[in-house]
Ligand binder design. Structure first.
Ligand SMILES: [Fe+2]
Ligand SMILES: [Fe+2]
Length: 412
């Protein structure tokens, strides 16, 4: 390779590095890293592993010639995720442990004295023939292996050739930039997870005071996501309502125990206080720039507004009620009726459905009700997956047991 084309490749590498550092979605980032590494080294195929403790975790695989032959979908089905120990016996493990680049002209001719071997299982399964291979450790700034890039079959005019020596350095530089980008993306993901986890726990804290199980809000958020999908919302919007519905009752944190935990029906005055959980929730969540918290505020404030305007706190009517409120209302009522509570048994579906139908246009937005009823099969699966166990109720009973069975199944 002459100097000028080498310089051009380095410049390209720099651009790739900048592009990688701007991707915060780990899944997308890993795909992009492998694609760029393959492009840079003219590799037909490749696999990316991440190192977690002493395991190599398979994350992405790409193969141009197989994709062309079999199609993307079939390719995806063929790659099943797997992990293996980081050991010197596998090619990727060797590179991870020694932090060395391996440039193997032909995997079928690895000298017998090498500690690593080529595993032909995948080739045989896919009907592929691996020959040249370059394996590059992805090292972070502390020199620790974050992952391994395994590039397969360098191509030149459609023929498989060994990987070029100059590409070792190029691929190593890319791999190091990739390692930093991966660590950043993982950090972002951890932060996001911590943020969402906190939301979930706050939601649980609020429900716990009202003797609802953590499963109530899990089921509810899944029902909300199901309805949002049915309304044709995009993936991100569905995710936002999923998380924001968890905090619909966060305002119960501000309702006194004597009302929240009162056995039996509430007096009209007590009911008024109970209804304040919507506005209290709204103020707890007010003023955040985070989209999930902003939507949580809307949900907390409007999840008891009924379609005919007879709900609370503002008596909003029809489409004046934000759609998030209309969705969570239905999900909340469905769950309150169809699941067991400390003070009541679960109602069978044959009784729940007529109640929902009876509330069409008065309690519920007809469009949202239809979308939900169309997806009842999915809703049943959610019910099944997050069903409450007896010990969930035992925990709650120990908080003090309401003797009476309240006919008010959806008190708040
Ligand atoms: Fe609820
Ligand atoms: Fe509520």
């Amino acid at each position: 390779m002459d100097r000028s084309s080498f310089a051009a490749e380095f410049e390209e590498l720099l651009n790739v590095g900048i592009a990688l550092s701007s991707i915060h979605d780990l899944e997308k980032l890993l795909g992009m890293i492998l694609l760029e590494a393959r492009r840079l080294t003219r590799a037909d195929a490749g696999t990316l592993y991440l190192v977690k403790k002493d395991r190599l975790i398979f994350r992405v695989s790409q193969c141009q010639s197989l994709s062309d032959r079999l199609g993307e979908e079939r390719m995806r089905q063929m790659y099943q995720s797997f992990e293996m120990p980081v050991s010197q016996e596998s090619i990727a493990g060797y590179s991870a442990l020694t932090r060395k680049v391996l440039n193997i002209p032909d995997v079928k001719e690895i000298p017998p004295e090498a500690s690593y071997h080529y595993n032909p299982t995948w080739d045989q399964k896919a009907g592929y023939a691996s020959h040249s291979m370059m394996v590059v450790p992805m090292l972070n700034r502390d020199g620790q292996t974050v992952g391994v890039l395994q590039l397969i079959n360098a191509l030149s005019d459609g023929r498989v050739i060994p990987f070029r020596k100059e590409h070792e350095k190029l691929a190593s530089s890319l791999a190091s930039q990739a390692a930093v980008a991966i660590e950043n993306a993982e950090l972002t993901e951890d932060l996001k997870q911590a943020h969402l986890d906190t939301i979930f726990r706050l939601g649980v804290a609020a429900e716990y005071r009202d003797k609802e199980t953590a499963n109530h809000i899990k089921r509810m958020s899944h029902y909300c996501a199901l309805i949002a999908e049915g309304l044709g919302w995009g993936k991100e919007e569905v995710e936002v309502i999923f998380w924001s519905s968890l905090m619909h009752d966060v305002g119960k944190l501000g309702i006194p125990d004597r009302i929240l935990q009162k056995p039996g029906p509430l007096t009209p005055e007590e009911r008024k206080v109970m209804e304040l959980h919507t506005t209290i929730g709204g103020s707890i969540l007010k003023g955040s720039k985070a989209p999930v918290l902003e939507k949580s505020r809307v949900v907390a404030l409007t999840h008891h507004e009924k379609f005919d305007g007879s709900g609370y706190p503002r008596g909003l009517k029809g489409e004046k009620i934000p759609v998030e409120g209309r969705i969570t209302l239905l999900a909340d009522v469905f769950d309150a009726l169809s699941s067991k509570r400390v003070y009541k048994e679960a109602m069978p579906e044959s009784e729940v459905l007529p109640i929902l139908q009876g509330g069409r246009g008065t309690h519920f937005d007809p469009k949202i009700l239809d979308v939900f009823l169309d997806r009842l099969g999915e809703a049943r699966k959610i019910q099944e997956r997050y069903s409450d166990r007896e010990e969930d109720f035992d925990k709650l009973r120990n908080l003090g047991s309401p003797e009476e069975n309240s006919e008010e199944s959806d008190r708040g």
